[in-house]
Design a binder for this molecule. Structure first.
Ligand SMILES: Cc1cc2nc3c(=O)[nH]c(=O)nc-3n(C[C@H](O)[C@H](O)[C@H](O)COP(=O)(O)OP(=O)(O)OC[C@H]3O[C@@H](n4cnc5c(N)ncnc54)[C@H](O)[C@@H]3O)c2cc1C
Length: 102
C-alpha cells in the first residue's frame, strides 16, 4: 500500500478548491475529483464555451506550444476523449527516439 492509497486517508474529503483553469488546474481538479465529493475550479477569466479562444489569463497561449506524446497519453488517461476533443484535427505527436509514448 502506498502512502497515497485511499485507505491511508480515512478522513472525510468533502470539498476541494483549485485556483486557475489552466492545464495544471484542470488536471489537478480531475485527480481531486476521485477523492473529494465536490471540486470547485475558480478561474478569473470567462472561459469560452464552444471552442478554444485566447484569453487574458493565458498570454502565452498566443505562442506555439508543443505537448510531447507522453503528455498527450497521460492527459488522455485522465480525461478520455481529450486527444480528439481538444484537438479536432488530432494532435501532431512526436515521440523522441528511445522513449515510449505509453
Ligand atoms: C512563450 C511561451 C512558450 C511556451 N511553450 C511551451 C511548450 O511548447 N510546451 C510546454 O509544455 N509548455 C510551454 N510553455 C509553458 C506553458 O505555457 C506553461 O507551463 C503552462 O501554461 C502552465 O500551466 P499552468 O496551468 O500551471 O498555468 P497557466 O496555463 O498560466 O494557467 C493559470 C490559470 O490561472 C488563472 N488565474 C491566475 N490567477 C488567478 C486568480 N487569482 N484567480 C483565479 N484564476 C487565476 C489564469 O487565468 C489561468 O487560466 C510556454 C510558455 C511560454 C510563456
Amino acid at each position: 500500500m502506498s502512502d497515497d492509497d485511499k485507505d491511508n486517508h480515512p478522513e472525510a474529503h468533502d470539498h476541494a478548491v483549485v485556483l486557475g483553469a489552466g492545464v495544471a488546474g484542470l488536471l489537478a481538479a480531475r485527480v481531486l475529483a476521485d477523492r473529494f465529493a465536490r471540486v470547485t475550479l475558480v478561474e478569473r477569466d470567462e472561459l469560452p464555451e464552444d471552442a478554444p479562444a485566447f484569453r487574458p489569463g493565458l498570454p502565452q497561449s498566443r505562442h506555439a506550444h508543443v505537448l510531447w506524446s507522453r503528455g498527450v497519453a497521460l492527459i488522455e488517461e485522465l480525461l478520455p476523449g481529450s486527444r480528439t476533443g481538444c484537438w479536432p484535427a488530432g494532435p501532431c505527436c512526436w515521440t523522441p527516439p528511445g522513449t515510449s509514448s505509453g
